[in-house]
Write a protein that binds this ligand. Structure first.
Ligand code: 13P
Ligand code: 13P
Ligand code: MG
Ligand code: MG
Length: 373
C-alpha cells in the first residue's frame, strides 16, 4: 500500500470587492503569503470565485485534521485583517467565532476534503461556486455518477458498470443516509430533488470502494443567531480510470440548472459555468457562477490549475444562462424568482406584518373545516 494523501479545500468569504462581486488581489496575496513555506503542506493553491477565497491544500494528515483546519482559519484571519484595512465589504463575514475550536466546520468556512492513495495518474477537478448553496451540486453529481445519458462510462466501462454509492445529508434533521445506484435511483431522486434540505455529501465507486467526490455540505449549525453550513459551496471530483472522464464530469454544466442563492441569498438563478477570469458576478449580484479547476496530482503536488470552463464549448451554456437570467429577472419580486418566504435570507415580513396586523379582517371561519374532522 502506498502512502495516502489528503486533498483539502477550505473556503470563506472574508470581504468582497466591490460589494459581493469579487476578492481584492491584496487578500489573495495575503493568503499566498500565509501559506507559503508551511511545513504541514505538500502543496497549495489559492483561488477565488466571486467573493469567496478557496484554499486548495495537499498534505498527509487525513480529513478533519485540527492543525490543517487551524492553518486555514489563521489564513482567513490574516485575510480579514487585510480586508478591514481596505474596508472591503462584509470583512470577516464568514468567520463566525472569535476563537478556533479544533475543527473549522460549523465556524463559517466551507470544507471539502478527501484522503486517498494517489493513482498512477490522478486527475481531479475542484468545482467552486458563488451565490448558491451546497445542494447546487446535487444535479451535476447525479448526472456525473448516475445518468448514462451524461456519462457513457456507466454503460461501457467495466470499472464503472456496477455504479456508485451516494451519501446524502438531511440538513434539517442532521442525519445521513446512503443509496446504491443504479438500483436505488428513484429513492435517491425523491430526496436530492429537494436540494435545500437533502445534499449529496460524497460519492464512492462500488467497484473499488474509492472515494470519487466530496462536497462542502455540512450539517447546519445555529451560530450567531442563524443557521450556517449552507454557504457558497465547493466540490472535489476525481476523474478517469473507473471514475467519470474529465469531460463527463464537466458535461452536466452544459445545461445550466437553477439554484438558490442569487441576490441577498433570496433568489433562484441559473448556475453559469465560467472561466476563472469571468468569475465575478455583477448583474443583480449574479447570476450564480461555477468554475472548474483541473489538476493532475504528482506526489501530492498540484499540477495546474487548468481553467476547464474557459473552453468556448461552454459559450452556449453561458448564453442559455443569460437568457434564463433575463427571463427570471423580469419576474422581479415574485416567486419562483424570489425564494419562498421560509427560504429567504432577508425578509421584512415580521415587521410589515406587525405594523399591518390590525388591518386584517376575517373573511371566513378561523380554520377551513375539513369534512370528517
Ligand atoms: P479512462 O478509462 O482511461 O479513464 O479513459 C476514458 C476516457 O477518457 C475516454 O474519453
Ligand atoms: P455572498 O453570499 O456571496 O456573500 O453574497 C451575498 C449576497 O447577498 C449577494 O447579493
Ligand atoms: Mg459576500
Ligand atoms: Mg460568496
Amino acid at each position: 500500500m502506498g502512502e495516502k494523501i489528503t486533498l483539502s479545500v477550505i473556503k470563506a468569504d472574508v470581504g468582497g470587492y466591490v460589494g459581493h462581486s469579487s476578492v481584492h488581489p491584496k487578500l489573495l496575496e495575503t493568503a499566498e503569503r500565509s501559506l507559503a513555506g508551511n511545513k504541514l503542506l505538500i502543496d497549495y493553491h489559492v483561488a477565488r470565485v466571486g467573493d469567496d477565497i478557496n484554499l486548495i491544500m495537499t498534505h498527509k494528515y487525513g480529513v478533519d485534521c485540527p492543525e490543517i483546519h487551524h492553518l486555514a482559519w489563521n489564513v482567513f484571519l490574516n485575510c480579514t485583517e487585510t480586508a478591514r484595512e481596505l474596508k472591503q465589504y462584509g470583512a470577516g463575514q464568514d468567520l463566525l467565532s472569535d476563537a478556533f475550536s479544533g475543527n473549522i466546520k460549523g465556524m463559517g468556512p466551507g470544507v471539502a476534503e478527501m484522503e486517498f492513495e494517489e493513482r498512477k495518474s490522478e486527475p481531479v477537478i475542484i468545482f467552486a461556486a458563488d451565490k448558491t448553496e451546497p445542494g447546487a451540486w446535487n444535479f451535476p453529481l447525479y448526472k456525473m455518477f448516475a445518468d448514462p445519458f451524461n456519462t457513457i462510462g456507466l454503460v461501457i466501462d467495466p470499472k464503472m458498470h456496477e455504479g456508485f454509492c451516494f451519501e446524502v445529508y438531511d440538513l434539517v434533521n442532521n442525519e445521513r443516509v446512503e443509496f446504491n445506484l443504479p438500483e436505488e435511483m428513484y429513492d435517491l431522486l425523491v430526496f436530492i430533488g429537494a436540494p435545500g434540505r437533502y445534499c449529496i455529501k460524497s460519492v464512492y465507486s462500488r467497484t473499488s470502494n474509492e472515494i470519487a467526490a466530496v462536497s462542502s455540505t455540512q450539517r447546519l449549525n445555529l451560530m450567531a443567531g442563524r443557521y450556517v453550513g449552507k454557504d457558497d459551496p465547493v466540490c472535489i471530483v476525481r476523474c478517469q480510470s473507473g471514475l467519470p472522464a474529465v469531460g463527463e464530469a464537466l458535461e452536466p454544466f452544459a445545461n445550466p440548472h437553477l439554484v438558490a442563492g442569487w441576490m441577498r441569498g433570496s433568489h433562484i438563478g441559473p448556475l453559469m459555468p465560467v472561466g476563472l477570469n469571468d468569475a465575478s458576478p455583477t448583474r443583480f449580484d449574479g447570476p450564480p457562477r461555477v468554475v472548474a479547476m483541473g489538476f493532475q496530482l504528482a506526489q501530492g503536488k498540484l499540477i495546474g490549475p487548468k481553467d476547464l470552463f474557459a473552453d468556448v464549448a461552454f459559450d452556449r451554456a453561458r448564453q442559455t444562462a443569460n437568457e434564463i437570467a433575463n427571463y427570471l429577472r423580469s419576474l422581479g419580486p415574485f416567486e419562483p424568482h424570489r425564494l419562498p418566504l421560509e427560504d429567504m435570507e432577508y425578509t421584512t415580513m415580521p415587521e410589515v406584518m406587525s405594523r399591518l396586523k390590525h388591518r386584517f379582517t376575517r373573511v371566513g371561519p378561523k380554520k377551513a373545516k375539513v369534512s370528517g374532522v
